[in-house]
Ligand binder design. Structure first.
Ligand SMILES: N=CN[C@@H](CCC(=O)O)C(=O)O
Length: 273
C-alpha cells in the first residue's frame, strides 16, 4: 500500500520495521512558516530507509512515512507527554531542532488546533497502518516490531560525548522478551563496535506503544550513530556540509551488521511459535 506519503510493504516474515524519521516532505504552507528548510530537515534519520532496503528480501514488512518529523513526530506520545520527563527531548510537533534552533518564525508555531489536524492527517494513519500489519502477522504467531533510527554521533543537548555505535532500546526490559534484546545485542557485538542497551535511547513511543511481549508482540528500537554508515563533518553542521550523501561503499559494513541483527530478530520470533 502506498499513498503520497505513507508506504507499506507487506512481507511474510515475523518482522515489521518502522521507519518514522526518514521522511523530508514538508507541505509548502507549513514550510513557509518555518525558519529554514535546512533546519527543518536537519534531524532526519538520514538514509535509514535505503540502509535497510535489503530487509524486504528477507521477508520483512516495512512501514514508512515520508513526512518530516518536524511536521509531526510519529515516535512521540500523541498526548504530548514527554518521552523523558525532566530531560531535553523534542516533542510531537517540535518547536526546536536537537541543537535548540527554533524551527518556526516568530508567531508561526502550530497551535493546539493545528497540532490536532496534523495528528489526524498523518500520525493516526501511520499508526493505523502499523497496527494493521501487527494484526496481520500476529494472527500467524509471535513477531518483532523493530523501530529503525539513526542520529548524529554528537548532539550535546541530548547526550554527553560520543554516542555508542549501536543503541538498543527495550524501555528497560518492558517491550520485549529479554532473549530478543540479548540476541540483538549479540548480533551487534560481532561487529566489534561500541554498543549499549537502554542508554540515552530507551525506545520511543512506537516501541513503548506496541511492545506487548505477553501477547507475542516484541518491540525493540535500534538507534545507530550516523558515523557507522555516513560521513559526519568534524566541524559545525551547515547547509553546505549536511547531510552528506548516501555513499553505498560506506554503508556495506553496516548493512552486513544489520542483516545479522534482523536475522536474529526473525530467528527469535520463529523460535517462539
Ligand atoms: N533518531 C531518533 N531517535 C529517536 C529515539 C527515541 C528514544 O529512544 O528516545 C527519537 O527521537 O524518536
Amino acid at each position: 500500500m502506498t499513498s503520497d506519503w505513507l508506504t507499506v510493504h507487506e512481507g511474510a516474515a515475523p518482522l515489521i520495521i518502522g521507519l518514522p524519521h526518514t521522511g523530508t516532505t514538508i507541505p509548502a504552507a507549513i514550510e513557509a512558516r518555518m525558519s529554514s528548510p535546512w533546519l527543518a530537515r536537519k534531524d532526519a534519520d538520514w538514509w535509514v530507509d535505503r540502509l535497510y532496503d535489503f530487509a524486504r528480501d528477507m521477508g520483512a514488512t516495512t512501514v514508512r512515512t515520508a513526512l518530516s518529523r518536524s511536521v509531526i513526530d510519529v515516535n512521540r506520545d500523541p498526548s504530548g507527554a514527554s518521552l523523558y520527563p525532566g530531560q531535553i527531548t523534542t516533542g510531537l510537533c517540535p518547536l526546536e531542532t536537537f541543537d535548540g534552533e527554533p524551527l518556526y518564525r516568530p508567531g508561526q508555531a502550530p497551535d493546539a488546533a493545528e497540532i490536532e489536524e496534523r495528528r489526524a492527517a498523518w500520525f493516526d494513519p501511520y499508526h493505523a497502518a502499523l497496527q494493521a500489519q501487527i494484526d496481520r502477522l500476529q494472527a500467524k504467531g509471535p513477531l518483532v516490531v523493530y523501530d529503525a533510527h539513526s542520529i548524529r554521533s554528537v548532539a550535546p543537548r541530548l547526550f554527553a560525548g560520543e554516542l555508542p555505535q549501536f543503541n538498543i532500546g527495550d524501555n528497560d526490559g518492558a517491550t520485549c522478551a529479554p532473549r530478543l534484546t540479548q540476541a540483538v545485542e549479540a548480533a551487534c557485538a560481532v561487529s566489534g563496535d561500541s554498543l549499549v542497551v537502554n542508554g540515552r535511547f530507551k525506545g520511543g513511543w512506537t516501541t513503548r506503544r506496541y511492545g506487548r511481549p505477553q501477547a507475542g508482540v516484541h518491540a525493540i528500537q535500534m538507534e545507530l550513530a550516523d558515523r557507522g554508515y555516513m560521513r559526519e563533518p568534524a566541524e559545525a553542521l551547515t547547509p553546505e556540509n549536511w547531510p552528506t550523501p548516501y555513499e553505498p561503499e560506506r554503508t556495506e559494513t553496516m548493512r552486513r551488521h544489520l542483516r545479522r541483527v534482523l536475522n536474529a530478530c526473525i530467528t527469535f520470533a520463529e523460535s517462539r511459535t
